[in-house]
Design a protein around this ligand. Structure first.
Ligand SMILES: Cc1cc2nc3c(=O)[nH]c(=O)nc-3n(C[C@H](O)[C@H](O)[C@H](O)COP(=O)(O)OP(=O)(O)OC[C@H]3O[C@@H](n4cnc5c(N)ncnc54)[C@H](O)[C@@H]3O)c2cc1C
Length: 393
């Protein structure tokens, strides 16, 4: 459809998992697509382990399968999640989420973020419709009802009928488009690494809201878990600076022997926690997807799941517009995309933020409230089954 070398139907800024999924979702069209990624092609082609183990829902697995990415992820990188336990402080009580009785189907599957990126990169690279423009960031973008002009860091200018920002929760493209966002910097960071441990995890995840720290243990292969420790950012920085031995001693003490004897099984990574919700998910000739639209707190493990379903929704609308020879940047269509995403993501986004507030408060009333909340939820089967069903949807 588009003409000269630098003119595209769609320019996607950001070759992260959502930007690449979106590019792959457009493969059945004749649209000329560019993916602009600031990392080099070499780094995009060989994504390094970044600590994140993404808990994928069934809906996400279905989308990745449709894109051809699911089968490109080695089976050894897929760890089933058979259940989850939520603990509060030193109380032995656990809120349990399990597969429905009699079913051996897991609640979801954990896959390293780098393997998802790798699989999607391989798919997009094999497709003719999309060009990967790597090693350049977007430094300017202007938009009007007629289209968008994007300037790269090497001075190259691209034109597009539709500009799609997928450049993370602190999206520079979102700012350039003049779209505001509610940005909440939580002053906490999540420290992540894999550990090898003595005790068996039975593929059950543990989310433990302890005093002044939250620890999540995600079961990977036998005897190996991903450990996620949420702490005030200055405390996380202090631990990150420790040598391996001291770091391990600190982890072992903080886990209070829950996993038995441990040893480090990966590099360590730290993520300052920031949640974002863009005020609009579109502008004339432009749309936001993935974390650029909604950056969730990782505690409920849903940011990518939401981003993946959102990009599918937008791609679906664009493909229908192509088939019916309508404009791929039609404002009504973009507004429908926004309404859909708002409705489907808002309950989980707000519930997650309430949960974070409740579980990071150290006031005795907050401690009591979460203790009561866990017991209440345990005796309301529809709450537990509802959450389990949502994961398995
Ligand atoms: C610790 C942690 C654990 C998580 N666990 C889960 C989980 O279990 N389940 C789940 O669903 N989600 C999880 N998430 C969320 C998930 O990682 C994100 O939602 C997902 O990575 C968003 O993908 P994205 O492509 O939108 O953005 P990103 O992954 O941030 O990718 C953005 C891309 O844009 C590029 N870029 C940025 N700026 C520019 C620019 N100006 N020009 C060009 N390129 C640019 C970047 O280099 C990057 O490649 C977790 C997040 C964290 C931090």
């Amino acid at each position: 459809m588009a003409g000269s070398d630098d003119s595209f139907d769609i320019v996607i800024v950001g070759g992260g998992p959502v930007g690449l999924s979106f590019a792959a979702s457009l493969a059945q069209s004749e649209l000329k697509v560019a993916v602009v990624e600031q990392q080099s092609l070499e780094r995009l082609a060989n994504p390094a382990f970044d600590g994140r183990e993404i808990a994928l829902t069934y809906a996400s697995i279905r989308i990745l399968r449709e894109l051809g990415a699911w089968d490109a992820i080695p089976a050894s990188d897929k760890s089933p999640l058979q259940g989850a336990r939520v603990l509060n402080g030193s109380s032995p009580f656990a809120l349990c989420f399990d597969s429905p009785s009699g079913s051996r189907e897991p609640l979801g599957v954990l896959v390293p973020n780098c393997r998802i990126r790798d699989a999607l990169f391989k798919i997009v690279r094999l497709q003719d419709h999309a060009q990967l423009l790597c090693g350049h960031s977007v430094v300017d973008a202007t938009n009007s009802h007629k289209g968008a002009v994007i300037t790269l860091s090497d001075g190259r200018r691209l034109t597009a009928r539709l500009l799609v920002a997928a450049d993370s929760r602190l999206s520079a493209t979102r700012d350039l488009l003049g779209i505001g966002a509610g940005i909440n910097r939580l002053a906490n960071s999540m420290l992540i690494c894999r550990v090898r441990h003595e005790r068996v995890h039975h593929q059950i995840a543990v989310e433990w809201f302890d005093h002044y720290q939250t620890i999540a243990m995600l079961p990977l292969t036998e005897g190996v878990s991903s450990l996620l420790l949420t702490l005030p950012s200055n405390e996380a920085d202090r631990l990150l600076a420790f040598d391996d031995d001291l770091f391990l001693t600190e982890l072992t003490n903080r886990c209070r022997e829950r996993l038995g004897k441990m040893s480090l099984a990966s590099t360590r990574h730290s993520y300052p926690l920031v949640t974002t919700w863009a005020h609009k998910f579109w502008a004339p000739s432009a749309a936001l997807i993935g974390d650029a639209a909604i950056g969730m707190h990782p505690v409920t493990a849903h940011g990518f799941n939401i981003g993946l379903s959102g990009q599918k929704q937008l791609a679906h609308k664009i493909l229908a517009a192509c088939r019916e020879r309508r404009d791929i940047a039609d404002p009504d269509m973009l507004q429908k995309y926004e309404s859909w995403l708002r409705l489907s993501a808002a309950p989980l986004y707000h519930a997650t933020n309430i949960l974070v507030g409740l579980y990071s408060g150290e006031h005795p009333a907050a401690r009591l409230a979460r203790h009561a909340g866990l017991r209440f939820a345990q005796y309301l089967p529809f709450v537990r089954h509802g959450i389990s069903a949502m994961l398995r949807r």
